[in-house]
Design a binder for this molecule. Structure first.
Ligand SMILES: Cc1cc2nc3c(=O)[nH]c(=O)nc-3n(C[C@H](O)[C@H](O)[C@H](O)COP(=O)(O)OP(=O)(O)OC[C@H]3O[C@@H](n4cnc5c(N)ncnc54)[C@H](O)[C@@H]3O)c2cc1C
Length: 448
């Protein structure tokens, strides 16, 4: 259920293993209707997602569409710029990719296997586990049809109908944690001739303490900007009721961005305000009938740019389990949940933590010094000390392990930065001793 990012990649993976897959997708075919034409929305693709796409044989087609981003370009209130690199090696970049472009490419690739058929305009509205049928509706007023299934895989996103059916049948638990902040997608158009109006190889951030604006490049020279704001309070979505309130906020806090956004007011008033929450649920499967994965199992806030990457890593993990022969579906689903739940919980927590880093901490000199110290420590202890951000984005260290090591590393960095204002004042003998004592074992290899 659901031909989004996870559903289409998983269908390709399953088809390559000989399975026949039918995907029921609520939306019309975006390749025909172009319903979202005019709004380009992009996502940051990182190592985990790339690995899964590579394994499915798709990266050669996707790579030319990517725009590498080497770091965060910080915009202060006076319009001064500072690039804070993500990593310290040339390949340590993340890439901006078009959501619709990637989804459509995955749809094409799924259908090209000859084993996947995508039925559009079919919304799942329940699962009858007793009769092994999914309930589908092709429009608000249309009758519900019962369609038999062998296995149902719920890749129907954060409001998953498959998840609801599993939880109802098992008496499971759903925990929805709203962030209290929402988002609005805005646009920075290209300059004449399709030129970028800002540095293209960076993720731009306007960190403003309680909130922020970010912008990622698109291949047509434009940027998609996203404003993250509290839902209520002085500078909030609730307070931005009309054009003049929007302009006042941008004049006051985002003046250099405003100069590049001629359509700001129109975008702001026309585009919906997105809701942000973390979703945790239990269980993820029902017997040998059904499993949820991707956002349907664990929707997270977008501040680590890992929702899609994690959903793709889910597909990878399921395929790994399928490769172990002679297991029942129930055994596979149960193993999947045991394996992935700790990592889903860890990336959910790290994504929430990263909001504070992006909107606030990133501006502090101590943050930047600690980043420099971590890169130096990584050079000295390449298998023991790897910045947490790098473990998440550039490695495939399990998220739970990245979070555990990250907490120890933070204490080491706090101790080293306590008496230093620059790299040459850092006591690296102390660093070596602390790492030896507290991080004795190596970071698990990527394929562990
Ligand atoms: C503002 C924002 C920025 C983000 N930025 C990033 C980023 O930079 N990097 C990153 O990795 N992630 C990012 N994410 C997260 C990412 O978008 C999701 O994690 C990802 O889309 C999850 O993929 P999915 O296939 O599980 O769900 P989706 O992509 O949501 O796909 C679900 C599909 O199921 C369909 N569907 C829904 N309900 C039904 C139903 N009842 N019946 C049939 N079909 C149904 C939907 O139409 C959709 O096609 C961001 C999210 C947001 C909100």
């Amino acid at each position: 259920m659901g031909a989004g990012l996870a559903g289409t990649l998983l269908a390709i993976d399953l088809a390559r293993r000989g399975h026949r897959v039918t995907i029921h997708e609520r939306r019309p075919d975006p390749r025909k209707s172009r319903a979202s034409a005019g709004r380009s929305i992009n996502l940051a693709l990182a190592n985990r997602g790339i690995h899964a796409l590579e394994r499915a044989g798709l990266m050669e087609r996707i790579r030319p569409t990517l725009i590498p981003m080497a770091g965060r370009m910080l915009h202060d209130e006076e319009g001064r710029l500072q690039l804070v690199p993500y990593g310290h090696k040339p390949h340590e970049v993340i890439s901006s990719v078009s959501r619709s472009g990637l989804n459509e490419l995955l749809m094409d690739a799924a259908e090209a296997t000859g084993r996947v058929s995508i039925r559009f305009g079919q919304a799942c509205c329940g699962v009858d586990f007793t009769r092994r049928k999914v309930l589908l509706r092709s429009g608000e007023d249309a009758e519900i049809r019962n369609v038999p299934y062998e296995i149902v895989l719920g890749t129907d996103g954060s409001a998953s109908a498959v998840r609801a059916a599993i939880l109802e049948r098992t008496g499971g638990r759903l925990d929805e944690e709203p962030l209290g902040h929402g988002y609005k997608e805005l646009s920075i158009p290209s300059a004449p001739g399709g030129r970028f109006q800002m540095e293209e190889h960076a993720l731009h951030i306007w960190p403003r303490g309680d909130y922020m604006l970010i912008a990622l490049p698109n291949s047509d020279g434009s940027f998609t900007a996203t404003l993250f704001l509290p839902n209520r309070g002085p500078d909030s979505f609730e307070a931005l009721k009309d054009a003049s309130a929007v302009l006042r906020l941008f004049e006051r806090r985002f003046a250099d961005a405003l100069a590049l956004m001629p359509g700001l007011v129109e975008d702001f008033l026309e585009n919906p305000t997105g809701h942000l929450e973390t979703i945790r649920c239990r269980p993820w499967y029902f017997e040998d009938h059904a499993l949820v994965l991707g956002d349907a199992a664990h929707a997270i806030v977008p501040f680590h740019g890992q929702g899609m990457n994690t959903a793709f890593e889910d597909c990878d993990a399921l395929v790994d389990l399928l490769e172990k022969k002679d297991r029942s579906w129930e055994h596979i689903f149960s193993a999947f949940e045991s394996l992935r739940r700790p990592d889903a919980d860890a990336i959910a927590a790290m994504s929430l933590e990263n909001y504070m880093e992006m909107r606030s901490t990133v501006r502090e000199p101590a943050f930047q010094l600690k980043k420099e110290i971590s890169f130096r420590l990584e050079e000295r202890h390449p298998r023991r000390f790897i910045a947490r951000y790098s473990m998440v984005m550039f490695h495939r260290t399990p998220f739970a392990e990245a979070r555990r090591r990250g907490a120890i590393q933070r204490e080491i960095l706090d101790a080293l930065a306590a008496n230093a204002t620059s790299l040459d004042q850092v006591d690296f003998d102390l660093a070596d001793r602390l790492i030896g004592e507290r991080l004795p074992e190596e970071v698990p290899a990527a394929d562990a």
